[in-house]
Design a protein around this ligand. Structure first.
Ligand code: NAP
Ligand code: ZN
Ligand code: ZN
Length: 345
């Protein structure tokens, strides 16, 4: 069995530390990937700190994985040794339920098998991409174009697909005014993708220092949410709001920025529940929705779209030994705009 080296959280609220473990030999339909890069998602922090409950330890986080295939099982047809490949937030699902049948594996009714902090069908814990090797079924493995910077592709496997999926579901395009709340890993991908699809994009941020970046990412407007004047001036103006905030905040005040029939899509999963007054929804027939990552087919479509349009994440490359400092900086909204672990450093 291949021996993998990575970093794991031994328990909630304890710093991540080096961890050595075994990966299974690839089965007939599986590939073994030499992980080159792995993005650092805020969901990693929520789970490492057990903010969503049910964390299992030791936990090797990481679900924005890209690398090179180094071994294939006897029945693998879509990949060969030497191909680039990606793995996102899940590595299996029941494959039979209506959601799986529709290519919406993320909404599998039995429950998807998470890339980490989950159990595979044999009941073994899954370990993620803060490591140098992973064995995955080819059906849950994505093709990655050699045209793009590989490190910048890694965050597409979560931040990219999580923002792409609602943009496609709600058919966001030219003529739509869309706001992105929170300019972090998800937020900066939402800006790039929505701009590329033709929407007029406004960034709503708590960080004055991000204004120039927002414009450089392609956003047309920027508003500081702490500035009451700015905020009030935006009332009733957006067709869509994509909310990527990782901490508790006043969702109802943002709902008032939607025009009649406008839709707010929640992507962030703060640990605390939100209290929402009904009236901002009722008074203007507004809609409040949520969206979880995306299915395998849609993830491949997003990766292909990004390859065609030259879209990657803006990243800061780090060695895995920097992971605990990186978490602290993410928590201070001090990341521009995704940390990516370079396994070779
Ligand atoms: P991130 O890089 O930390 O970005 C979050 C941004 O939210 C920050 O950069 C900051 O932007 C803003 N923010 C933070 N604290 C805030 C507060 N108290 N009030 C208002 N704004 C605040 O995180 P991420 O990786 O993009 O993930 C964001 C959230 O999405 C997390 O909860 C994560 O678990 C969740 N997530 C969901 C899915 C899904 O499938 N739905 C997938 C991946 C991640 P400004 O500095 O611009 O204000
Ligand atoms: Zn993620
Ligand atoms: Zn299913």
């Amino acid at each position: 069995m291949p021996t993998a080296k990575g970093f794991a959280a031994p328990a909630p609220n304890i710093a991540l530390e080096p961890f050595t473990f075994s990966r299974r030999e690839p089965g007939a339909n599986e590939v073994l990937i030499d992980i080159k890069f792995c993005g650092v998602c805020h969901s990693d922090i929520h789970q490492v700190r057990d903010e969503w409950g049910k964390g299992t330890y030791p936990m090797v986080p990481g679900h924005e994985i890209v690398g090179e295939i180094i071994k294939v099982g006897s029945e693998v047809t879509n990949f060969k040794v030497g191909d680039l490949a990606g793995v996102g937030c899940f590595v299996d699902s029941c494959r039979k339920c209506p959601s799986c049948q529709k290519g919406l594996e993320q909404y599998c009714e039995v429950g998807m098998v998470g890339t980490y902090n989950s159990k595979d069908k044999q009941g073994n814990p899954t370990y993620g991409g803060y490591s140098n090797l992973i064995t995955v079924d080819e059906k849950y493995t994505l093709k990655v174009s050699p045209k793009l910077d590989l490190a910048g592709v890694a965050p597409l496997l979560c931040a990219g697909i999580t923002t792409w999926s609602p943009l496609r579901e709600w058919k966001v395009s030219k003529g739509h005014k869309l706001a992105v709340v929170g300019l972090g890993g998800l937020g900066h991908m939402a800006v790039k993708l929505a701009v590329s699809l033709g929407a007029e994009v406004t960034v709503l941020s708590t960080s004055p220092s991000k204004e120039a970046d927002a414009k450089a990412l392609g956003a047309h407007h920027f508003a500081l949410t702490k500035n009451e004047e700015h905020f009030k001036a935006l009332k009733n103006s957006f067709d869509f709001i994509i909310d990527t905030v990782s901490a508790q905040h006043d969702i109802a005040s943002y709902l008032n920025l939607l025009r009649v029939d406008g839709t707010m899509i929640l992507l962030g999963i703060p640990p605390e529940a939100s209290l929402i007054h009904n009236s901002p929804l009722v008074m203007k027939r507004r809609r409040l929705a949520g969206s979880l990552i995306g299915g395998i087919k849609e993830t491949q479509e997003m990766l292909d779209y990004c390859a065609e349009h030259g879209i990657v994440s803006d990243i800061e490359l780090i060695p895995i030994s920097y992971i605990n400092e990186a978490y602290e900086r993410v928590l201070k909204s001090d990341v521009r705009y995704r940390f990516v672990i370079d396994m070779a450093l």
